[in-house]
Design a protein around this ligand. Structure first.
Ligand SMILES: [Zn+2]
Length: 98
């Protein structure tokens, strides 16, 4: 049985992407705040899971440690879920006015 590994986007593209995100967010796990000695230790995590939003946009990547990345899997972060909740339940302001 194989275990799904978090995306590291190996090679030059992955290193460059992690370095850019490290400058943007800091060289630490986005979820638990554990610092990395270098961005090479980090995994790339899709903030919005690919199962929900399948585009690889820079804005959707964060650095994460292995345990956080694997624990999060395809689950939406709570803050994002609360923002999307009105649309998911069909209770937008437009919906109330109609
Ligand atoms: Zn973490």
């Amino acid at each position: 049985m194989s275990k799904r590994r978090p995306s590291r986007l190996s090679g030059h593209r992955g290193r460059r992407l992690r370095a850019i995100i490290g400058r943007r967010d800091g060289v630490r796990c986005f979820h638990c705040g554990v610092p990395f000695a270098s961005t090479d230790e980090a995994t790339l995590d899709h903030f919005v899971p690919r199962s929900v939003w399948c585009y690889d946009r820079m804005a959707n990547f964060v650095l994460a440690c292995d345990p956080c990345n694997q624990a999060k899997a395809d689950v939406l972060p709570l803050g994002l879920l609360l923002v999307l909740q009105p649309w998911l339940t069909g209770r937008t302001q437009e919906g109330r006015a109609a």
